[in-house]
Design a protein around this ligand. Structure first.
Ligand SMILES: NC(=O)c1ccc[n+]([C@@H]2O[C@H](COP(=O)([O-])OP(=O)(O)OC[C@H]3O[C@@H](n4cnc5c(N)ncnc54)[C@H](OP(=O)(O)O)[C@@H]3O)[C@@H](O)[C@H]2O)c1
Length: 279
C-alpha cells in the first residue's frame, strides 16, 4: 500500500519540490495550498490531490486532513512547510505584522499538529516533519520576528519528540540554509522605520546579490524525503546549513558576529560606526 504525505504550502518553492519528489517516489501526496488555483499540471495525477489549506484558518486544516483521509484512507507523514519571513527592524514592526508572522509560521504549525495527532495516534504512528531554518538556531540582522517564530518551532519540535515517541510518532526538524525560492526576494514582508533605511538597503543589496547563487529547492526535497523514510531517532537535518552551524560552533562569538555584520550589512554607515565605538 502506498504511503501518504500531507504537505502545507505546496504551491511553490520547497513545498512544491517536495510534493513532486514524493510523487516521483510513488507516494500519495496531498499538496495542500491556500490558492489551489496555483495547482499546476504536475498535480494532475491519480495519486495527488491539492486541498485548500491556509494555516491561519483552522477550519481549512481540518477539512484538508479530512479530504486526504477520504481520498487515501490514511496519512503517514505531515510536513509543516508553509511560512514566510517578516524582515526589517523590530522598532518598525506593527502588532498586526508580528501577529500574522506568528499565526503563519508558528500557530498554524501548532494547529496542524494538534489536528492530526489523534489520527496518527489512532493509526499507531507516523512522522511529523517541521521545516524550521538555519535561522531557527542562528540569528541574522533585521530578521528578529522571523527568527522568533523559527526558534519557537525548534523548541516545540524538540520537546514534542519526547512526548510522542511512546505513540510511535517521530518528530523531525529540517533546517535549510538559503534556498532559491520565492522566499527571499518575493515572499518576504518588510517592516520599515526611517532610522534604519541604510541598514535595510545594505541587507537588501546583499540578498539580491546572493539570490542567483543559491541552491534550488530539490536538494531540500530529497533531505525531507530522507527524513520521512528515516526510522532512526535523528531529530535534525540541515540541508545546505551544515557549514553555517560548523562555523558558528568553531568561531569565537565575537568573530562570528563581526563576520555576519560585514558580509550581510556590507559597509557600515558612519553613525553605526560611531555607535560601535562605544561598545
Ligand atoms: N528559501 C529559503 O532560503 C528558506 C530557508 C530556510 C527555511 N525556509 C522555510 O521553508 C519553508 C518554505 O519556504 P520556501 O523557501 O519554499 O518559500 P516560498 O516559495 O515562498 O513558499 C512558501 C509557501 O508557504 C505558503 N504559505 C504562506 N503562507 C501560508 C498560509 N497562511 N497558509 C498556507 N500556506 C502558506 C506559500 O503559499 P502562497 O503561494 O499562497 O503564497 C508557499 O506555498 C518556509 O517555512 C521557510 O521559512 C526557507
Amino acid at each position: 500500500m502506498s504511503k501518504t504525505v500531507l504537505i502545507t504550502g505546496a504551491s511553490s518553492g520547497i513545498g512544491e519540490a517536495t510534493a513532486k519528489y514524493f510523487l516521483q517516489k510513488g507516494w500519495n501526496v496531498a499538496a495542500t495550498m491556500r490558492s489551489p488555483s496555483k495547482a499546476d499540471n504536475w498535480l494532475q495525477k491519480k495519486n495527488a490531490i491539492y486541498p485548500y489549506l491556509d494555516v491561519t484558518k483552522p477550519e481549512t486544516i481540518s477539512s484538508a486532513i479530512h479530504e486526504t483521509l477520504q481520498h487515501f484512507g490514511h496519512i503517514d507523514v505531515l510536513i509543516n512547510n508553509a511560512g514566510y519571513a517578516l524582515m526589517g527592524p523590530l522598532e518598525g514592526v506593527t502588532p498586526d505584522q508580528l501577529e500574522h508572522q506568528f499565526k503563519t509560521n508558528f500557530f498554524g504549525l501548532v494547529s496542524t499538529i494538534q489536528t492530526i495527532l489523534p489520527i496518527l495516534r489512532q493509526q499507531g504512528g507516523g512522522t511529523i516533519i517541521n521545516v524550521a531554518s538555519i535561522g531557527g538556531r542562528l540569528a541574522f540582522p533585521l530578521t528578529s520576528s522571523y527568527h522568533a517564530t523559527k526558534w519557537a518551532v525548534e523548541g516545540l519540535s524538540e520537546s514534542l519528540r519526547y512526548e510522542l515517541r511512546q505513540f510511535g510518532i517521530r518528530v523531525k526538524i529540517i533546517e535549510p540554509g538559503g534556498i532559491k525560492t520565492n522566499f527571499i526576494n518575493h515572499g518576504t514582508t518588510w517592516a520599515t522605520h526611517p532610522d534604519y533605511t541604510q541598514m535595510v538597503n545594505n541587507l537588501k543589496q546583499f540578498t539580491q546579490k546572493i539570490d542567483d547563487s543559491l541552491p534550488e529547492p530539490q536538494g531540500v526535497a530529497k533531505t525531507i524525503y530522507r527524513a520521512a523514510s528515516d526510522r532512526s531517532a535523528r531529530l535534525r537535518y540541515s540541508p545546505y546549513g551544515e557549514a553555517f552551524f560548523l562555523l558558528h560552533a568553531i568561531l569565537p562569538d565575537r568573530l562570528w558576529r563581526s563576520l555576519v555584520e560585514r558580509i550581510m550589512l556590507g559597509k557600515l554607515d558612519s553613525r553605526l560606526k560611531v555607535n560601535r565605538a562605544f561598545k
